[in-house]
Design a protein around this ligand. Structure first.
Ligand SMILES: [Zn+2]
Length: 241
C-alpha cells in the first residue's frame, strides 16, 4: 500500500503496489467512516492482503487484511521519512499495471528494514542502487561513461546525462552542471552495493561524509531521471535538524 487520498464523502482512493500487477489504484468504500475495518488496514507502508472487485472505472476493495503493519515506522520520524521516500520513488518510477516482482520484493524488504530500525541510510542506498538497476538505469561505474577508459582508483566525476562515472580528464572538459564530483570512497560504496546482496552490502560502514555525499548524489540523480523534484528529500532534511 503506497498512499491514499480522500475520495467522495467517505471513500478513499488507494494507490497500491501489488505483486501480480504492479501499481494500481482502487476505491475503498466507506474507509473514512469512523471504525471502518477496511480503512484501518489500508495504511501507507503496510503490506495488505486484498480482495478486489470490478468497479465502473477502477477496482473496488472488497476486503483488506493487513499482513505486515511496519508499525514501528510511526515512532521514528527519520525512518518514516525514508519510507515515504521509498514509496515516492516506487510511485514515480512505475507505471500502472506493470508487473515487476523484483521491485515488489525490493520494496517489501526495504520497508521491513526501515521498520526494524537497522542501518537506515544503508537500507535506502541499497534500495536506490537496486531499483535503478531493475528499472534499466544501472549506473556505469567501471569505465568512464564518456571515453570508455578504465576508472582508476582516484576521485572521479559522475554524469547524470551519461548515467555513470566519468574520468577526471573528461569530467574537467565537461565541467559546470553537467557533472558532479564523486570521491573515490563514495564510488567504492556504490560499486559494492551494485554487486552485493543485502547481507554483503551491510558489511560496509561508510563514513558520515561519504554517506552525506552519496545521499546528495543519489537524490540529484534520481530527480534528474524523473525530471521532476522529489518532495521527500526536503522533508527528510527538515526532520533531521
Ligand atoms: Zn573519460
Amino acid at each position: 500500500m503506497l498512499k491514499h487520498a480522500d475520495f467522495g464523502e467517505a471513500d478513499r482512493l488507494v494507490t497500491l503496489f501489488t505483486r501480480e500487477e504492479g501499481k494500481l489504484r482502487a476505491i475503498a468504500k466507506g474507509a473514512r467512516k469512523p471504525g471502518s475495518r477496511k480503512g484501518g488496514h489500508l495504511e501507507p507502508f503496510t503490506r495488505v492482503s486484498l480482495l478486489l472487485g470490478k468497479g465502473r472505472e477502477i477496482p473496488i476493495v472488497e476486503q483488506a487484511e493487513a499482513v505486515e503493519l511496519n508499525a514501528a515506522l510511526g515512532s521514528n520520524l527519520v525512518a518514516l521519512g525514508y519510507a515515504a521516500y521509498v514509496v515516492e520513488l516506487i510511485d514515480k518510477f512505475s507505471a500502472d499495471h506493470d508487473e515487476h516482482r523484483g521491485v515488489y520484493r525490493l520494496t517489501r524488504d526495504t520497508l521491513q528494514r526501515l521498520a526494524s530500525g537497522e542501518d537506515l541510510q544503508l537500507a535506502v542506498r541499497f534500495f536506490e542502487v537496486k531499483l535503478l538497476e531493475q528499472m534499466g538505469f544501472r549506473p556505469q561505474l567501471q569505465q568512464c561513461a564518456a571515453c570508455g577508459a578504465e576508472i582508476q582508483p582516484e576521485d572521479q566525476y559522475f554524469s547524470f546525462e551519461l548515467g555513470g562515472a566519468v574520468c577526471p580528464r573528461c569530467g574537467r572538459q565537461r565541467g559546470g552542471g553537467a557533472v558532479q564530483r564523486i570521491s573515490l570512497g563514495a564510488l567504492k560504496v556504490l560499486r559494492h552495493l551494485q554487486r552485493s546482496d543485502y547481507a554483503t552490502a551491510r558489511r560496509v560502514q561508510p563514513s558520515p561524509p561519504v554517506q552525506l555525499e552519496l545521499e546528495s548524489l543519489m537524490n540529484l540523480y534520481v530527480s534528474y531521471l524523473l525530471e521532476r523534484n522529489l518532495n521527500t528529500p526536503k522533508f527528510l532534511r527538515r526532520v533531521r535538524k
